[in-house]
Design a protein around this ligand. Structure first.
Ligand code: ZN
Length: 145
């Protein structure tokens, strides 16, 4: 995988994620300034923010990584909600959607039919059971497109 292709995929994934988030320019000025200050620092801000008795994801943490071309968690299977994962396995059984052979439960990967990097969502319709190897081969193929 070349650096430029990886960068392109990351940029697309970051764009897709940003599009789903509340636009930065609509945030109150003091909030935007706080994010800008956090992004300018050498170390990442906390990932979670305490609001009252709840913890919410800290936007500044995401912006800090994105500003450096990083996208932590990108492509990780635990990004897919457990209920969605279970529903896909229930529908497909332990059968690979790419090579059609049986899959060991411990080897199950969920493949995005429309790749995640191209905006494919983590939905039951867009996911299928595959072997880890089959899924990674497909991923490698999509790098060049
Ligand atoms: Zn397979």
């Amino acid at each position: 995988m070349t650096v430029s292709r990886r960068t392109t995929r990351l940029a697309a994934a970051i764009e897709a994620t940003r599009a789903e988030l509340y636009p930065l320019e609509k945030l109150p000025v003091h909030h935007r300034e706080a994010i800008a200050r956090a992004v300018a620092q050498d170390w990442p801000p906390p990932k979670w923010m305490r609001v009252g008795c709840a913890e919410i994801p800290n936007r500044a943490w995401h912006e800090w990584h994105w500003a450096r071309g990083r996208f932590p968690g990108f492509g990780r299977r635990d990004d897919i909600p457990r209920a969605v994962r279970n529903a896909v396995i229930e529908r497909d059984g332990y059968v690979c959607g790419i090579c059609t052979l049986d899959v060991e439960p411990a080897d199950v990967h969920l493949d995005h039919v429309i790749p995640y990097s191209k905006g494919g969502p983590h939905t039951i319709d867009n996911l299928r059971v595959t072997h880890s190897v089959c899924n990674m081969r497909k991923g490698a193929k999509f790098d060049g497109s």
